[in-house]
Ligand binder design. Structure first.
Ligand code: 6PG
Length: 256
């Protein structure tokens, strides 16, 4: 991976990376609102961001962030209803969105209850409706992403790269990952790689090999989908706890 374009920060544990993520989110949000009047934020699913989300639900973040100017999206969703425990948007709602003054009209969830291809088309249209002068979809100010121990991120899973992934903003996929719902809808690298900022949150020793592959290569986009995330003109920060960072080696960030 090009060393110029990313930064790796290793902190002791999940609490520490979550605190650092909340602080960075705050800086990026305030900067976006002061420059452009709006903050476009993309959330991830999975268990890792729950600690961050709970921090956002309480002061200082619940009161100091520019919530009324924040537009909230998801990088991926499972094909389940909003009230399912497996719903990424349901999780974010329960853990912080219900507690902060973000207008409900600013919350743009993926319709997990719809047939996945329809949900993908619907979300693609929604993203296009938010396009600004810079392109055909919003240039997100900040995208949070997680990392699976198989190297997936969002719902971009190992295997051949479909044509749809190269020319659609959002697509439906099926994936076998633990006991999680196999049917999903995901933003593609086309949408993700135009972000101004991407923050990966990575915690736990079972992520160590995937993290090492993401940071140190060799490049194998089919085996390690996380390597497909390379923002064209944005900044990537990896917030990693010590358990996850154990295999990546000091060389990965010695010169950063
Ligand atoms: C999802 C995701 C997914 C997630 C990783 C890591 O919907 O599951 O957005 O990409 O971030 O699977 O999940 P954990 O944080 O639970 O390890």
């Amino acid at each position: 991976m090009d060393q110029q374009k990313y930064e790796v920060i290793v902190l002791p544990d999940l609490q520490a990376i979550s605190q650092a993520a909340a602080e960075r989110l705050s800086q990026i949000a305030l900067d976006a609102v002061s420059k452009r009047g709006v903050f476009h934020l993309v959330l991830s699913g999975g268990r890792t961001p729950e600690t961050l989300y709970r921090l956002l639900s309480i002061p200082p973040f619940s009161s100091s962030l520019p919530w009324p100017q924040t537009q909230v999206y998801w990088g991926d969703e499972r094909s389940v209803s909003l009230n399912s425990a497996e719903s990424n948007s349901g999780q974010a709602w329960r853990t912080f969105l219900k507690d902060v003054p973000v207008p409900e009209d600013n919350i743009h969830r993926i319709s997990g209850e719809l047939e996945p291809r329809l949900a993908a088309e619907e979300y693609c249209d929604l993203l296009k409706s938010f396009s600004g002068q810079e392109g055909e979809w919003p240039r997100f100010d900040l995208i949070f992403l997680g990392l699976g121990d198989d190297g997936h991120t969002a719902s971009l899973f190992p295997g051949p790269i479909r044509q749809e992934e190269k020319n659609s903003l959002v697509m439906a996929v099926t994936a076998d990952y633990g006991d999680r719902p196999p049917s999903r809808i995901t933003m593609t690298p086309l949408a993700i790689n135009s972000a101004r900022n991407i923050i990966f949150l990575v915690s736990g020793s079972r992520k160590a090999a995937a993290l090492d592959a993401a940071l140190n290569g060799p490049t194998d986009l089919e085996k390690w989908p996380v390597q497909r995330i390379r923002p064209e003109n944005g900044r990537t920060v990896w917030l990693v706890d010590q358990d996850a960072g154990q295999d990546a080696g000091q060389d990965a960030w010695a010169n950063l």
